[in-house]
Design a protein around this ligand. Structure first.
Ligand code: NAP
Length: 249
């Protein structure tokens, strides 16, 4: 993309597959060293290896992003190893869909922990060196569900909406240190997460809601995240960028 990155290092959560993997690859193609985080070591490990095989700089770290202690330890280790992290991409996420009347407290909590509390754990663990350096990027991958709501996704939509307030508040708290905090809100993107929507009648119902008449590609999200991480996006903070093929127009 020919963007400017001054020897930056990034943590991308959920980088083992789908959107996170595309974000990691796109940042790495711009010369950023990417720490690929996912829950399954084989998943983040192979994402990092693929980047290295293409001549990029990458390492991997398997950690459950919803586990406060594990993320705290991971952040300490990363700061010891690298001195600090410049770019944090909070992308890891899960769904456990159900209507309110059938949703268990366990499924509510799991989705809040993995999608929303994780953002707090990572930001808290990594922000101090960013403030000292007076440069940083925090980019949060939310969802159109968090903007317009979606029946059957009460836990997920609530977590994704929370990420927006999280990003805007951090933008205000950290602006004097030149740390920006933004949100990218994808619509339907072709990944494992949406595999059940990509075939048959369901797929037709989904496509009927999308003016551009296709599922997004993970790269469509990665391009926006990478731009927001670059020097060129220096003056953008506290914003929500919807990348959804026109679904929420
Ligand atoms: P995906 O294909 O299901 O991949 C999810 C990634 O998150 C995987 O790498 C997975 O790790 C990681 N992950 C899940 N739980 C984790 C945990 N507890 N700790 C650490 N890593 C964890 O999902 P995706 O479609 O790429 O979605 C990425 C983000 O975009 C999510 O936040 C999702 O909510 C959001 N989003 C997606 C869409 C869409 O249409 N796909 C739309 C709107 C928003 P492993 O690989 O190790 O299993």
């Amino acid at each position: 993309m020919n963007l400017t990155f001054n020897d930056r290092i990034a943590v991308v959560t959920g980088a083992g597959r789908g959107i996170g993997k595309a974000i990691a690859e796109t940042l790495a193609a711009e010369g950023v060293h990417v720490v690929c985080v996912s829950v399954n070591p084989a998943s983040c490990g192979s994402a990092a290896e693929a980047i290295q095989a293409n001549g990029g700089k990458a390492s991997s770290l398997a950690v459950d992003v919803g586990d406060s202690n594990a993320v705290g330890e991971a952040c300490k280790q990363l700061i010891e190893e690298h001195g600090g992290i410049d770019i944090l991409v909070n992308n890891a996420g899960i769904t456990k869909d159900n209507l309110l009347i059938r949703m268990s407290e366990e499924d509510w909590q799991a989705v809040i922990d993995t999608n929303l509390s994780s953002c707090f754990y990572w930001a808290k663990g990594l922000v101090r060196p960013m403030t000292r350096k007076r440069w940083g990027r925090i980019i949060n991958v939310s969802s159109v569900s968090g903007i317009i709501g979606n029946p059957g996704q009460l836990n997920y939509a609530s977590a994704k909406a929370g990420m927006i307030a999280f990003a805007k508040t951090l933008a205000k708290e950290l602006a004097t240190r030149s740390i920006t905090s933004n949100v990218v809100a994808p619509g339907f993107i072709a990944t494992d997460m949406t595999s059940s929507f990509q075939e048959g009648d369901v797929s037709e119902q989904v496509l009927a809601q999308i003016p551009l008449k296709r599922f997004g590609d993970p790269k469509d999200i990665a391009n926006m995240v990478t731009y927001l991480a670059s020097e060129e996006a220096n003056y953008i903070t506290g914003q929500v960028f919807t990348v959804d093929g026109g679904m929420t127009i």
